[in-house]
Structure formats: C-alpha cells, structure tokens
Design a protein around this ligand. Sequence first.
Ligand code: KE4
Length: 430
Amino acid sequence: MNFNKSTAAYQEALECIPGGVNSPVRAFKSVDNDPVFIEKALGSKVYDIDGNDFIDYVASWGPMILGHARPEVIQAVQKMAVSGTSFGAPTLLETRMAHLIIEMVSSIESVRMVNSGTEATMSALRLARGYTGRNLVVKFEGCYHGHGDSFLIKAGSGALTFGTPNSPGVTPETAKNTLTASFNDLNSVEQLFNQYGNDIAAVILEPVTGNMGVVVPDEGFLKGLRMLCNQYNSVLIFDEVMTGFRLARGGAQEVLGIDPDLTTLGKIIGGGLPVGAFGGKKEIMEMLSPTGPVYQAGTLSGNPLAMIAGYTTLSILNNQPDIYIELEKISQRLEEGINYNLKKLNFPAVFNRIGSMFTLFFTDQAAVKSFNDVLTSDTNKFARYFNETLQDGIYIAPSQFEAGFVSSAHTEKDIQYTIEKNYEALKKLL
Ligand code: KE4
C-alpha cells in the first residue's frame, strides 16, 4: 500500500497541530508509524487520502455501531441542518432524546446531555461529590474516563499507551482525592473503604473495560462494588461511554445485571456527532443546577444536529433489537476464526471478547483478567501485527490497550478476509 499523501499530510499537520492530531491516540505513536489520513467512510470501510480502503474495527473509537454513513442518520442530519444548527434553547428533540435514553437504560430516571464522554464523567463526579458532601473517588488502574484531572491517575487508553499515568498539570491537591484500586480485585476496594469509606463520594469504573483492552468483570465483582457503595452510601458510577448501547440496548449494566446510581454515556449516543450524557437516580440528578446547587453547563449541550444523529441511531437500536443478535453472531465468528489461527500456529496470544467489543492481547499469559495481566502484553509485537494487517487493508486501533469494534455493517466476507489476514500476519510474527 502507498501512504505518500498521508505522510505528507502528517508533516503539514505537525506544523500547526500538536502532534499533528486532535487526540493523541490517533498519532500511531505506539505502533511506530505515521497516522493514515481518512477521506471518507461508508459501511464497514474507511478510505484514506491515498485511495486505500480498510475494513474498519476502530469505528471512530466506538460510535459507529451501525457502520459509517448509515443512510437514516445522514438523511436526518441533512434535514435538520436546513432548520439551523444551534439555538441555545430547549427543543422538543432533547426531551424525546431523554425519554428514549430513559427507556433504553432502566437505571436512568433523569439525564443531562453534554458534548463528550469527558464532560459526562467529570460532571458525574462533581455531582456525586455534591450529593454526598465527600471528596474522595475510587477509580481502577487502567480504566480511562476521559481527560478530566481527577481521572488522569493511572489511567488507561492514550495515557497508558504513552506511559504517563499521571499527566503533568494535574495538581497533587487534585490527585490526592483519587484513590486507585485493581479491576477484578474486590479486596483492593474493600481495603480502601475500610480506611476511607465515609469519605468516599463515588466509585467509578468501566463495567467492562475497553481502555486497557477488553477485560470482563469476574462473577461477583460488580455485585461486590454495589454492596460496598450501599454499605458506605457512596455513589456507584458506571462509565458506559464505550459499553453503553454497544453491549445491549441497556449497555453493560443490562448484560451484567447490576444497576449503578449514575451512568455516563458517549460515543454511540451521538451517532458519530459530539454527544455525551450522564444520568441516573432522580434524587441525585435533581442536585444539578438549576434545580440544585451543583453547577454544570454547556453552550452546545443538546445541539439539534448532534441530537438528531444520536436519536436516529438509538431509535434504530431500540426498534431493531435483532441487531444485537446479529452483532453477537458475526463477532463470535471473528473470535472463532482468530482462536483457530492461534491454536493452529500455537501462537501465544489471548483474544478477549464480549458482544461486539474485542482485544487480541499479545501475551503468553493463559488469560487476561486484570491490569497486571494486560501489562504482560508485548507492545512491540502488537505494533508489528498492526502494521502487517494495515498493509492488508485492516484498520484496528493503533494501540494494544484499546478495544476493537464490529458494526452491523460488517459482512461475512469482511470477517473471513480478516481471519485470513490475521493468520498470515501471525505467521510472520512467529
Ligand atoms: P471522550 O471525551 O473522548 O468523548 O470520552 C472519554 C471516555 C470516557 N470514558 C470511556 C470509557 C472512554 O472510552 C472514553 C474515550 N475513549 C477513548 C478511546 N479508548 C477515546 C479515543 C480518544 O481519546 O481519542
């Protein structure tokens, strides 16, 4: 494949944008390559400025569950745009969107729209602190909740990829209010509650992690967190920015059967446009301005174009639940094919999957069920694999510590091709 135009475009971008990108993980830094500049996307494919096409498993880092440029979404945005792009005033569409989210996520009684996952998590944490009158928050090593100061402590995603768990600029005064525990290690949380329980405002986690790669909670882990939060009157926050509407209509909490007090949402909720949201128990949400004293605001929150893209996407998912059945089938096919290749080649790697989220960990561990397991991954081997499959027209996340996503637009042919190229790439790495 020829990437000449992307290479030139990257050099130009470097002159005017920090790192040439508007979000660090896009820079391909951890795969020792220059980023590919995308020109357009349709269905399961993305097309770069050099005319190359790729089967896309990044899905814009999660939002594109229905595939790129889904006709209903495009038409809805085009139609809305001619009525204006932003009013800064309430619209009927925002109320319809709130009703739909409440219908789909049963633990949510009231919801506030924002413009990103980061806004959702930072607002939810402020709300939990305002509601409890406490300062401390418990997060988990390797979990990423956006770039809010309180969360850039042993974070995942780009922060992990870049090996800078505590970002400069986050003050010690802020960091001291963030306690970190280990995912799937309930004892590590119990220890924190034993010591600080009455000062812990909230526990926040990805109920299924995506930002250290996909790791599924052990049986009883989430229930244990629920019980600890009940015992100490702390707020349990599920960060479902990635898993929300991805794993089921009601997200990970529907699949895993545990209700948080607050849920943060993003990605799919906007259908590819900038939308985040946080919601949960009305008793807590009513603490938000203008009803209550906890301030939170946003010029473009509930923006009509973003709302109609998200509302159209969620409506399709809500009205066609068979989409999740089909996603499970085709994702299972991918898993079976890759595991067949690993076995046939006796290749040391672990493929974690839940629903249409997956990660291939380049580790010789038998299983990947914790952050420590994740850290045994060979990131150099991952980088070589990434570049091999990129050349084959397969676009996965440019970091070992991310999730891959299958969309409803992926075909059996896409999956079969991916499995074949996976085998060839693995064989070259032996
Ligand atoms: P945004 O602010 O990027 O919309 O959302 C932050 C966020 C919060 N919570 C979870 C569970 C998330 O996965 C994210 C964002 N995820 C990363 C990829 N793992 C976004 C990609 C990027 O940073 O460019």
